[in-house]
Design a protein. Structure first.
Length: 282
């Protein structure tokens, strides 16, 4: 029997890593494991290719490529600046915004201006309590935004009658990462309760909208655990225009998916959280 010689060790390890990467690729097809499996697949395949190449420059490049997947980009930029002895990097950091970032920035500025003007024109300062479903989808953007904020506020107030005091609109930050949550209850020696409020104004979009919300809120749990080191249970609260807005079959499918994903799904109507609704058939 021929024993493995030392100079074949890199190829052996590379073959093992390549096999593991293929396994991770198949695991990534599962939605709940996609994020971590994809990252592990990328790391394994890069390291395997570096070992097969057996060239020092490839090793060095692989270290930086793998590092981008397991550490903060800002740390790598700082490390690269130290290697290049770039003193200007530590004076200030400047970068050109992408077209998408610039559009997003301008849109936020325009929306903020409209909301401020709309708020100033609302002399009584009270939240809206009546909703006409026949005109709901035709509301101007600022009015729809204000109404969404009212729905979120009333929803959290309703949930406080069941869960107790909820911290509203909370942000957690650490090492350049941050998450913003609609509501949070933090208790000692117990899992944190995270509340995300979603209002489906258009019943036709209910199913894809809720599935997308489930995917996004699951990511919030992972990021919350990374930032705080604490476990949390997610409560996704979906607000329906009325209890008859969505067919029983769709409600059943959504509840089944929520159970599969380990999400506490609550379905409430506008009436239940304190709104007066007119033209329900519309």
């Amino acid at each position: 029997m021929e024993f493995i010689r030392p100079d074949t060790y890199p190829n052996l390890i590379g073959t093992i890593l390549l096999s593991v990467s293929i396994i991770c690729l198949f695991i990534s097809f599962k939605e709940s494991q996609k994020r971590h499996a994809t990252k592990l697949f990328s790391i394994m395949i890069v390291v395997a290719l570096a070992l097969f190449s057996s060239y020092w420059a490839t090793y060095f490049a692989a270290i930086f490529i793998v590092a981008t997947a397991v550490t903060e980009l800002e740390f790598l930029q700082t490390l690269a600046a130290i290697i290049r002895k770039d003193k200007n990097y530590f004076d200030y950091k400047k970068e050109t915004l992408s077209s998408e970032d610039n559009i997003s920035r301008k849109a936020k500025e325009a929306l903020e201006e409209e909301l401020i003007v709309s708020s100033d024109n609302n002399s009584d300062g009270e939240s809206q309590s009546q909703i006409d479903l026949s005109t709901l989808l035709d509301l101007p953007r600022t009015e729809a935004m204000r109404l969404s904020l009212d729905v979120e506020d009333k929803s959290l107030s309703y949930l406080e009658t069941q869960f107790g005091k909820i911290e509203k609109n909370v942000r957690f930050k650490k090492n350049g990462d941050q998450i913003e949550l609609d509501g949070v209850i933090e208790l000692e020696n117990k899992n944190t309760k995270i509340f995300e409020i979603k209002w489906t104004r258009n019943p036709d979009h209910f199913f894809p909208f809720v599935l997308h919300s489930m995917k996004r809120t699951k990511d919030l749990i992972e990021r919350y655990r990374t930032i705080t080191g604490k476990n949390a249970e997610l409560h996704l609260v979906v607000i329906l225009n009325t209890k008859t807005s969505v067919t029983p079959r769709r409600l059943e499918k959504v509840n089944e998916r929520a159970k599969e994903e380990g999400i506490n799904l609550t379905l409430l109507s506008l009436t239940e959280i304190g709104f007066e609704v007119s033209h329900e058939i519309a």
